[in-house]
Design a protein around this ligand. Sequence first.
Ligand SMILES: *Cc1c(COP(=O)(O)O)cnc(C)c1O
Length: 350
Amino acid sequence: MSNLICDKLKQLKPYDPGIDDCSIHLDANESCMELSDAMKKKIGEKILGIHYNRYPDPLAAEICDLFGKRYNIPPRFITAGNGSDELITLMLGAFVQSGEKVLITEPDFSMYRIYCSTAECEPVILGKNGELTFDPDEMIEKANAEKVRLIIFSNPCNPTGQGICREDALKIVEKSNCLVVVDEAYMDFWNQSVLEAAPAAENLIVLKTCSKIGFAAGRLGFAVSNSTLTDYLRAAKSPYNLNSLTQAAASVFLGEKDYLTGAIDGIKRSRDRLYKSLKQLEEQYGQKMRVYETHTNFVLVRFTDSKAVCNTLKSFSISVRFISGCLRITAGTEQENKELISALSKILQA
Ligand SMILES: *Cc1c(COP(=O)(O)O)cnc(C)c1O
């Protein structure tokens, strides 16, 4: 049968998670910190109480409550998802009709494009400048001129590590005649969040994820928006999207406030050390590399031949992400960062 696969699917370029057998993984922006044994034990105990013959709580009330307490948002403005990835698919499917336009920036999180394609929306691209940022006024102008239905961008951005300040993000929300989705997957590592503005804003949805702060295995993300938008999101989602194991584990994870604060501080310290070491290399090898400033848990570096550096790092059993002609390097443990820097100095010396 030749007509089994439709054109939109044939044209899809699949996401490449870049799985390989390196021993050091600095390629997926995961947290470099494992949960403590005490927390794992608590999670194990909680999971013993699950009734496996029953469906999970469709609204994940306990989890939304804990997330809300942590970020100061009442739970009626929160939708929980199976990773924020699920919520992005959901939003494009629910809020945008086939053929309507969605504004995305480039480079940005590559899944936006893939989900646009399966939702049959037309991407309108705002390119970034040489500093890997964009002008908020230009975004507003383009969104309104092209009559897009929705804007989505990550802030701070994966893969650039750059971001726009809170005032600029709020200006985009206020001046654009469409829904604005601000993906704050990395905002735990910066301080320009617009999360608290979401419940009262007419057209803002803020996305959060637990994947970058130590809970990637659990697949848990959140959308925060006013109650009308939240009701529509909840109505459009699959009813039991968040399984009972994740809900049980997350009730422990999100409940440990001090642990989370400590973990985020630890990731930021690792990021700062990694950035500093890379800047020192840059002082020495300035013609061969450029290190970008970062507000996330990774550092973006442009090498004269980034692809070659990426491949050579693999022979040191270190995996980083080659993207947009640069290497995106996740902050690792102290030891991992050291090994990365030592491998890079050898590569740059050669
Ligand atoms: C990692 C990431 C996500 C996906 O998060 P999940 O909750 O793991 O699905 C979404 N947006 C951006 C920008 C990310 O980097």
